[in-house]
Design a protein around this ligand. Structure first.
Ligand SMILES: [Zn+2]
Length: 315
């Protein structure tokens, strides 16, 4: 990773964050603890395409993309400020947390799932004022349901152990995991089918736009019956909107596939250069590799990795 000169970024966006930050020295948790908005700016400046899009096919009016259409992280389009796999992992975390409407960020937030009721685990501080003070994680709905959830609470050290054990189990078949990842990558690499469909629809859209313009010009030169004109115009508009929606849907699907490919790439890259045996918890690996952990009432836990592999461990 490289030292990032945040001065360049912050002077334009007028944010009072540290002017220089060495990402290498900053844990992922710390990165996540920075304001989400700041992260968005950071990543937008460097990595996103389609920051604006056309909202009106006649006036070509542009609008800032606020999530209406997909944005893409373009690898190697500029000097990397953060390793792509970390970028992906952090961005996915932000997305996942945004979707859940959560503002507080902890590395275990929205990661532990209660097998009894499907709720996430939340953290509680026990004995906050005495020497037995500790933070535990337990089902957020443990006492809210008619039948009390039987899943145990977990201390942070236990969660870390679960990850370490599951990782070591997963890596016992490292070559198999790598082969699976490569197969997934191969499957998701080809976006030509989407591209062909999108190109065809763009041509159709352009044709409708052309016809609509001709109609407008014709009406300007020789006023037509306005009811007929409006009916014709609205037909073009409806067709245009319909095609635009189809393009957006395909772009979304394509972006989803690219995201899966990026995740598989990140996963593959991370495990390829990681020792097979992990002695202690590693936050970057946690973020890059773990989708979630299902905690069961019998004390076992299933770690679901982002490559789809599930590993059961007992604590
Ligand atoms: Zn529960």
């Amino acid at each position: 990773m490289q030292i990032v000169n945040f001065c360049i970024l912050t002077c334009n966006i007028n944010l009072s964050f540290e002017k220089k930050l060495n990402i290498k020295q900053t844990s992922i948790l710390n990165i996540l603890c920075y304001k989400t908005a700041y992260l968005r700016i950071l990543f937008n400046v460097y990595a996103l395409l389609q920051k604006t899009f056309c909202t009106d096919f006649l006036t070509k009016k542009k609008k800032i993309n606020e999530g209406e259409i997909p944005q893409y992280y373009v690898k190697n389009s500029h000097e990397a400020i953060i390793e792509p796999e970390i970028f992906e992992a952090v961005q996915n975390e932000i997305k996942a947390r945004d979707n859940l409407g959560r503002s507080t960020i902890h590395i275990f937030s929205s990661k532990l799932v209660c097998d009894d009721c499907g709720s996430y685990f939340g953290s509680k501080l026990w004995h906050s004022t005495d020497k037995y003070r500790c933070r535990i994680w337990r089902c957020n709905n443990k006492f809210k349901n008619k039948i009390k959830c039987r899943t145990p609470h977990l201390k942070e050290g236990q969660i870390k152990n679960i990850f370490v054990m599951a990782f070591n189990k997963l890596m016992s078949d490292k070559s198999g995991v790598i082969a699976d990842c490569r197969a997934v990558l191969e499957k998701f690499c080809d976006t030509s089918e989407f591209n062909d469909k999108i190109e065809k629809l763009i041509n159709e859209k352009d044709e409708i736009e052309k016809c609509a313009k001709e109609l407008v010009l014709k009406n300007a030169k020789t006023p037509l019956d306005q009811d007929v004109y409006n009916e014709e115009y609205n037909k073009f508009l409806a067709k245009f909107e319909n095609i635009k929606q189809k393009i957006l849907d395909l772009e979304k699907q394509k972006a989803g596939q690219i995201l899966k490919k990026c995740q598989a790439e990140a996963f593959l890259k991370k495990i390829s250069k990681t020792e097979n045996f992990l002695k202690e918890f590693n936050e970057e690996l946690w973020f890059t590799l773990v989708k979630n952990i299902t905690v069961k009432s019998n004390g076992a836990s299933t770690v679901v990795f982002k490559n789809g592999k599930e590993v059961e461990v007992e604590i």
